[in-house]
Write a protein that binds this ligand. Sequence first.
Ligand code: ADE
Ligand code: ZN
Length: 349
Amino acid sequence: MDNNPDTATDTLPETDLPEAEAAPQLLPLAELHLHIEGTLQPELIFELAERNGLALPYSGLEELQALYEFSDLQSFLNLYYANMAVLQTEQDFADMTRAYLARAAAAGVRHAEIMMDPQAHISRGVSLETCVNGVASALATSVEDYGISTLLIAAFLRDLSEESALEVFEGLLAMNAPIAAIGLDSAEVGNPPAKFERLFAKAREAGLRLTAHAGEEGPPSYIIEALDVLGVERIDHGIRCMEDPDLVERLVDERTPLTVCPLSNVRLRAVDTLADHPLPAMLAAGLNVSVNSDDPAYFGGYVDDNFAQLQAVFELSDFDRSRLAANSIHSSFASEERKAELLDELNRG
Ligand code: ADE
Ligand code: ZN
């Protein structure tokens, strides 16, 4: 099959999202919710397929891009996992990571906490060493190369068993993988956080930081379970907390960070349109929210695109934008010294 992107276009399929207006000034911020495999741009998928001698089931970029229409989380995950087939070598993982870092630097990201899904690679016969060392090699020089401090988060697939997660977690410890935290992602509904109680207890014992996706498609009770049973410090997405006023009050009181991903929520139909997104209500309620890109190659934009489109729809004030940037820095797992440096940069404007 011909993998040449002979029908190349630079754009993703049209969506009902509004055009971004003139880009507001970029603020220095931390990106806390980013799946590195979700940064695999269609062009890079073709490039890696060619390099690895793999036949893709698409004739060209246009045919692939036509598939970027999702009806829910699972419809996205099907394509996201299928496209990972092109990631074969350490170099592939390193190239994907460098491409993200270069684009994130242009978006104003100064600190990034990057999730990867080791189980999605091991299950295809790619070793833990290959995927972890490939991503980690790019992160090791991210400050010098891109001015971005980075941390790696090993995310576990909640639609697989806890035994599988525990086995991979032990493998990560055995290879002394440079991970700072663990996370929980993939198909949420029907896979409640409590399924991974032992995994999170072990990660805590190992001195790792803890985060989990909850309240993206799943109910508010999953957010409560992630906090109370897993003991996570941060909730990824969390938008469905707005259905439970007592939970909102608790999250405000405890300053629990919620890493919100507006364009992702639109593309995966967690909300109908960006104008229906709860972010303004979350800010008004006093929740500790930040703006993140989740899987930017799939959802129509990086973190600057998320800000630009929010700005176009909601006319966020300078105060709100600074607050979102400050929340991202305060909510990061960076050292206190690094946080102070970034907050200083933000305050100097
Ligand atoms: N894996 C990659 N992106 C995800 C998302 N938005 N939700 C759950 N799992 C994911
Ligand atoms: Zn996510």
